[in-house]
Write a protein that binds this ligand. Structure first.
Ligand SMILES: Nc1ncnc2c1ncn2[C@@H]1O[C@H](COP(=O)(O)OP(=O)(O)OP(=O)(O)O)[C@@H](O)[C@H]1O
Length: 257
């Protein structure tokens, strides 16, 4: 599999705090990769540098071999890096389908406000994306009345409207019930397999991480202490040390091995 994202010696300090130190890793085409670590480990800082929201103190980020270090979020997004957020960003007054149509109109660089027939544009494409996330029967419902789990699936459809080659998902299952979490990540894994896109996600729920990731990276105090398969990460002595207090990595030992 070809390398989509390459991160080399990435670092970010806030005053005296080294939030991210000398982090290097790769994400390959069609890979579902998790970035985990305790609170304050540097996951969000790392994500924000990949998306262009934060400029690294040092290091390099390349997408398809092209240096994108310090590029603006808009430029990174235009090059095919999508993102979903912990807090969903849908237009509440619109229907489910209209939200996806808006994303498609934006992706194709049309200006929504000046298009009198905007509500008809990309309707079929929007319905196809909603079918992909299992929401075609909710196309005409108002976003304001959607259940939280459905909003997260809609957000995934909106992100896919931009045809990302790499999707960054920041705690995609936060605030969801356990069964909904597994379902959302199963859906994400299916889309990764079907469309060949790559997904890098942060997550606190270890069941979600160990059930679905192809590879898992562990950050601790800004340093990358492991990068491997679920079995390799579980067996890593430093990871065990970091997680031993909470025991979260080992509660489901054997369940997904
Ligand atoms: N804008 C900032 N100014 C100063 N310090 C910051 C800033 N952003 C993050 N930090 C510090 O950098 C470190 C890493 O924080 P970060 O939010 O990246 O961790 P995280 O792994 O995403 O944590 P969480 O799981 O709690 O979201 C922490 O010590 C945090 O206090």
């Amino acid at each position: 599999m070809s390398v989509i994202l390459k991160v080399e010696h990435l670092a970010k300090s806030f005053g005296g705090v080294k939030a991210v130190s000398d982090v290097s890793f790769e994400v390959r085409a069609g890979e579902l990769k998790a970035l985990i670590g305790p609170n304050g480990a540097g996951k969000s800082t790392c994500f924000n540098m990949l998306m262009g929201q934060l400029k690294p103190s040092s290091g390099r980020v390349s997408l398809d071999g092209q240096d994108i270090t310090g590029h603006s979020p808009r430029d990174v997004w235009r090059r095919g890096v999508g993102r979903t957020f912990q807090i969903t960003g849908t237009y509440q007054s619109m229907t489910v389908a209209e939200n996806v149509q808006m994303a498609l109109i934006s992706h194709h660089r049309k200006i929504y406000a000046f298009l009198p027939r905007a509500h008809l544009m990309y309707r079929d494409e929007a319905l196809a994306l909603l079918a992909l996330v299992g929401m075609e029967d909710q196309a005409n419902r108002a976003c304001a009345i959607l259940a939280y789990g459905d909003l997260k699936r809609l957000e995934l459809a909106i992100a896919l409207a931009h045809e990302p080659r790499l999707l960054l998902m920041d705690e995609p299952t936060a605030g969801m019930a356990p069964r909904e979490r597994i379902a959302l990540m199963q859906l994400t894994a299916d889309i990764v397999a079907e469309r060949g896109i790559s997904v890098l996600f942060t997550e606190h729920d270890m069941d979600v991480v160990f059930a679905h990731s192809h590879h898992i990276m562990v950050l601790n105090r800004g340093e990358l202490i492991a990068d491997g398969t679920a079995a390799q990460v579980r067996a890593n002595a430093r990871v065990q040390e970091v997680y031993l207090g909470g025991g979260t990595l080992f509660a489901q030992e054997g369940a997904h091995a």
